[in-house]
Design a protein around this ligand. Structure first.
Ligand code: ADP
Ligand code: 5GP
Length: 209
């Protein structure tokens, strides 16, 4: 039987989801869904690897042609998941990881209820701000916009299936891998990371926002 899973991953910008997934992909043959975006590439980002960087016109065309599984706007840019590569990978029996923001995540969950959603929490919004400054890929104004979005996104974490925290990186990678492995085995090893069991931790992070 094809046990391939569609795994949705969200986290506030700068939380470390890219860093965690880079580690996870060292030991996984899952398909990493490459999104389309109208955002400009950051230094070092490669078209066709990190994203397909497209014009607004091309993006609108993809929406019109129903080529996207979901799409959303984030800090003035459009982002969307091409549907065909996702469906092809699942049909081949490969897990698929979608690294997308909260609106798109909820739309995928609605369209594909069998998917699994994982939210990655930062230890605090202040730490998020520190990480974005350390990464230094955006200017001050964009960092401010991204941090301003964070509390609203964290509040939505309760709607995900699982919630983990990226405090120490090794722990977050281990917890993420445990959730995926438990979901695939359909057992209860990751129950402590179910959103309903993470309520107090989510509240704590929001209180410290
Ligand atoms: P995202 O993909 O969620 O926007 P990144 O993976 O780019 O975030 O991480 C943002 C910054 O935070 C990077 O500079 C990264 O090295 C750093 N970072 C990631 N995880 C941790 C962690 N657990 N502790 C401290 N810094 C981290
Ligand atoms: P960034 O500009 O930092 O690469 O991404 C900004 C936000 O857009 C992140 O939360 C990222 O997960 C999200 N994102 C990336 N690709 C997609 C996508 O295809 N769809 C949606 N809905 N969000 C995306």
């Amino acid at each position: 039987m094809n046990n391939a899973k569609l795994i949705i991953v969200s986290a506030p910008s700068g939380c470390g989801k890219g860093t965690i997934l880079e580690e996870v992909f060292k030991n996984s043959n899952a398909y990493y869904s490459i999104s389309c975006t109208t955002r400009k590439p950051r230094e070092g980002e490669i078209d066709g690897k990190n994203y397909y960087f497209v014009t607004k016109e091309r993006f609108e065309e993809m929406v019109k042609n129903n080529e996207l599984l979901e799409y959303a706007t984030f800090v003035e840019n459009s982002y969307g998941t091409p549907a065909k590569p996702v469906d092809d990978a699942i049909a081949e029996g490969r897990d698929v990881i979608l690294e997308i923001e909260t609106v798109g995540a909820m739309n995928v969950k609605k369209a594909r209820p069998e998917s699994v959603s994982i939210f990655i929490l930062p230890p605090s919004v202040r730490e998020l701000d520190r990480r974005l400054h350390k990464r230094a890929t955006e200017d001050e104004e964009v960092i401010k916009d991204r941090v301003a979005q964070a509390a609203g996104e964290i509040a939505k974490s309760a709607d995900y299936d699982y919630v983990i925290m990226n405090d120490a990186l090794e722990d977050a990678v281990r917890d993420f891998e445990l959730v995926v492995s438990s979901v695939k085995a359909n057992d209860n090893r990751a129950d402590k990371f179910k959103a309903e069991n993470m309520k107090e931790i989510i509240e704590e992070v929001l209180k410290n926002a």
